[in-house]
Design a protein around this ligand. Structure first.
Ligand code: DAH
Length: 342
């Protein structure tokens, strides 16, 4: 029996020398070291021996088992290392550059505006593109049959409310979200609302049925015109550089009183007059004013206690001016030659 153990040992070590891959190793393990392998089977036979013999041969068998397992594991480690080495990738092969998409210039401007206003403590608020007639007009002090509705050519959606009114419109501006924000957040509040708007326009290089605005609303106690002016001045400097000036001229919007048109000195010619500003030196970019008491009321706030300022930037127009885009239709065209420039 002693010889049998020695024979297994010799055979195993001999075969181990010739093994060259993990598969061969596994075969050896099965044949000799596994639970049903030759070594275990032989060790199993020890139980029939006398106590003395069991002791002697048992010790020998255990020594051999340890030796074979240790040697086996050493060879296995070496082979494992080798196979990792062989599988290594060649890091000198040039990579394939993934194709990157491009942000639409309107998205770029929108994010820039969001950064400016977030840094001033504004919340970014969202509202629906399919809006009720009430929020889009009536709550903003534009009742049915008011001539101010003619200022905006509206896409009415063919659905009716309980009273039989045509109640849904594609929002013509982001201003309805003012009402939603006041109702949801209460006062005081500071929100901006970037968003897509729609008007029934005949499209040409300067008009598009789908465009973007960027609304702002601040409500609190003692909010005044100086707050509006300083805020718009600051934003103009951040957008177009520190020398930018703001000029405000009266303009009627039903939801503010007083209302105004904000113009910035042309960033291209510094107010000297050029192609972009049509030789005026000024760029008309933002409407604004102090929130009309009726609008505060529609938002659920007491105009005796609170006042507010509001403004609306033409985001699409801003992108056109800033990037010198001469045809508004390019933004939604999906034309890669255009988009890849940004
Ligand atoms: N909603 C206006 C438009 O579509 C822009 C505007 C003007 C927004 C004055 C305002 C505002 O919040 O106070 O032309």
């Amino acid at each position: 029996m002693k010889n049998k153990f020695q024979k297994i040992r010799a055979e195993f070590l001999e075969k181990l020398k010739t093994v060259s891959d993990v598969g061969g190793l596994r075969e050896l393990e099965l044949q000799y070291l596994s639970r049903k392998g030759e070594l275990s089977s032989l060790m199993h036979e020890l139980k029939d021996l006398s106590v003395d013999m069991k002791k002697e041969l048992g010790a020998l068998a255990n020594n051999i088992k340890n030796e074979l397992e240790t040697t086996f594991n050493e060879v296995k480690d070496q082979l494992d290392k080798l196979s990792v080495k062989n599988a290594l990738v060649d890091i000198t092969v040039p990579g394939v550059e993934p194709v990157h998409g491009h942000l639409n210039p309107i998205t770029i401007i929108q994010r820039e505006m969001e950064d400016i206003f977030s840094s001033l403590g504004f919340t970014i608020f969202d509202g629906p593109e399919l809006e009720s007639d009430y929020f889009n007009f009536t709550a903003l002090n534009i009742p049915p049959f008011h001539p101010a509705r003619d200022m905006q050519d509206t896409f009415y959606v063919d659905s009716k409310n309980q009273d039989g009114d045509l109640d849904l419109v594609m929002r013509t501006h982001t201003s309805p979200v003012q009402i939603r924000a006041m109702r949801k957040l209460g006062a005081p509040l500071k929100v901006v609302v970037p968003g897509r708007c729609f008007r029934n326009e005949a499209t040409d290089a300067r008009h598009e049925h789908t465009f973007y605005q960027f609304e702002g609303l601040v409500v609190g106690e003692n909010i005044n015109f100086a707050n509006l002016k300083s805020l718009l001045e600051l934003v103009g400097k951040k957008l177009f550089g520190p020398n930018t000036k703001l000029r405000m001229r009266p303009k009627f919007y039903p939801f503010v009183e007083p209302g105004n048109n904000g113009e910035y000195t042309c960033f291209l010619c510094n107010g000297q007059g050029c192609r972009v500003c049509k030789n005026t030196g000024w760029l008309e970019i933002v409407g604004g004013g102090l929130v009309h008491p009726d609008v505060l009321r529609a938002g659920g706030l007491d105009p005796e206690k609170y006042s507010g300022l509001a403004f609306g930037f033409g985001l699409t127009r801003l992108a056109m001016l800033k990037y010198g885009v001469t045809d508004v239709r390019l933004f939604n065209s999906g034309d890669l030659k255009f988009l890849e420039q940004f």
